[in-house]
Design a protein around this ligand. Structure first.
Ligand code: HEM
Length: 163
């Protein structure tokens, strides 16, 4: 069960990151080109939010079923980078990013002017994107690395020894 959830969580990262890039890019084009905020722009923000909410749900499953809460309660947990990253840093940063994505969608469906809407959507999506990309355990990360997808070979020292 936990293995399937980790696979889904790992795969969903690509949907989350690509959709957040699309929303931020559309907002930049809207701002610079003085464009109208279309239903398509609103839908892209909606899909980004749905992908994030699914990721949150699966992330919570992985967190509790994967024993990360118990690991955080062990003495010295905060001194161990792997335990601290998966038990606190990764979930907290990602939840903040997901809140920003919700604020982006709220702006997208609000009644404010189009220029203002693009600006708000851009900043919320852009900061969320920075959090998602920086806090994802890419294969190149020190101590916390995970493969591109579970089961794939690692390009750096595997973190599997901690799992
Ligand atoms: C948009 C947000 C998120 C992205 C892009 C993301 C991405 C990832 C990726 C790529 C992994 C490595 C999976 C693997 O191959 O083992 C991972 C692991 C993990 N994530 Fe997330 N995550 C997000 C949000 C969350 C949230 C909100 C939580 C918890 C509430 C969470 C909890 C975890 C945990 C506990 C692991 C470690 C899994 C394990 O190996 O036991 N993630 N995440």
């Amino acid at each position: 069960m936990s293995g399937t959830l980790i696979f889904v969580h790992s795969l969903l990262r690509y949907f989350v990151i690509i959709l957040t890039i699309v929303v931020a890019a559309q907002a930049v084009m809207g701002m610079t080109g003085n464009k109208t905020f279309t239903p398509g722009n609103r839908k892209a923000a909606l899909f980004m939010m749905i992908a994030c909410d699914l990721q949150l749900l699966v992330g919570l499953g992985v967190y509790f079923l994967g024993g990360h809460l118990q690991a955080m309660q062990q003495p010295g947990a905060m001194a161990n980078h792997y335990t601290r990253f998966y038990g606190m840093e990764h979930p907290m940063s990602m939840i903040i990013g997901i809140v920003l994505v919700h604020l982006a969608y709220k702006a997208a469906k609000s009644a404010m002017g189009d220029a203002q809407k693009f600006k708000r959507v851009f900043w919320f999506a852009f900061i969320a994107l920075l959090l998602f990309v920086s806090q994802t355990p890419w294969p190149s990360k020190k101590d916390t690395a995970k493969p591109w997808l579970p089961g794939m070979a690692m390009i750096s020292a595997p973190a599997a020894a901690h799992a």
